[in-house]
Design a protein around this ligand. Sequence first.
Ligand code: AMP
Length: 376
Amino acid sequence: MSFTDLHLIEPLLIALEKNKYTIPSPIQMQCIPHILNGKDIFGCAQTGTGKTAAFALPILQLLESKKNPEVARKVKTLVLAPTRELASQISDKFREYGKNLTFRHTVIFGGVSQTKQVAALTRGIDIVIATPGRLLDLMQQGIVNLDAVEYLVLDEADRMLDMGFIHDVKKILAKLPVKKQTMFFTATSPANITKLAATILKNPIHVNADPISSAPRKVSQKLYYVQRPNKTALLTHILKSGHVPHVLVFTRTKRGADRVAKQLNSIRIKAEAIHGNKSQGQRERALQGFKDKSIGVLVATDIASRGIDISKLSHVINYDLPEVAETYVHRIGRTGRAGESGEAISFCCAEETEYLRDIQKLTGNKMEIISKHPFA
Ligand code: AMP
């Protein structure tokens, strides 16, 4: 199947060609026809499955086909996302896919001055991609009007709930027109998510890509048993081997992320930490440095890393194992994306064996144990 078979319009096809997308991903094949047909979607998909294009392409096409001068430059599409990074990435994708169309989009998130965001909104905008807190703030100031919204996307809804955005999300939803088409994406579907989806969606089509219970294919998983105090020495040993030049390292805590980055820098391995206590500017600089490879090691906590889209990420290291097994699958999903192969390396100390058991239960124990290392 090609994108032409999905009946996408020429301006989108040209943009996709430019992006070198040739074959739609499974979630795109499943979503695009239904969204074009006006259906609500409940999508179970992680980042890395191509879900952004799965909703952005048909939304752009619908906006184009229903162009109405009366609602030109009013917010017709609202995308809610849990983090600034994810919102920015979605915004980048709308720019790429929509570059042969004339819609204006903007991204709204907290932690930065609202001046530019307000200016973009008052100039008139078709598509808003936002994190819930700042959007609600601007709504309460009377700066953003959502009366004309026709398409609503909730991306990474599970994470929005985990991050405590449920009340903000509900307040925003209450201000939207009743008649609209809604696309709801989540990586996991615990009870609170299905309950929320049931209150929002009308006869949704359920799509499922890359179920959370299976680790992404093409990612080889390695496990090092190591005592907690030796973790940094083991990390340094692996980084100095030269096989792992570009790596996302996960720690459980913000303090841990800072400590690991500092220790690596002290031995001249360029590393940056990103987590919730860093300013927006610091996070963006770190991410940009990592993307352009001037920084080899990005040390992150789960929330900060969520949704980060770095193509061709070859390695992920779990410096600390996550307490929740699904998080392991999210983490290693950062590597081996879009057909690339990847390697996930995990450290496990005595205190973490319980977490390891849960992970192995969820993923079917595909980890290779590396017993020969200096800190075994
Ligand atoms: P997402 O899951 O939306 O974050 O997308 C993951 C990555 O896959 C992004 O870097 C996209 O640019 C890329 N991508 C999305 N759809 C396709 C496709 N059909 N072919 C190749 N790459 C794609």
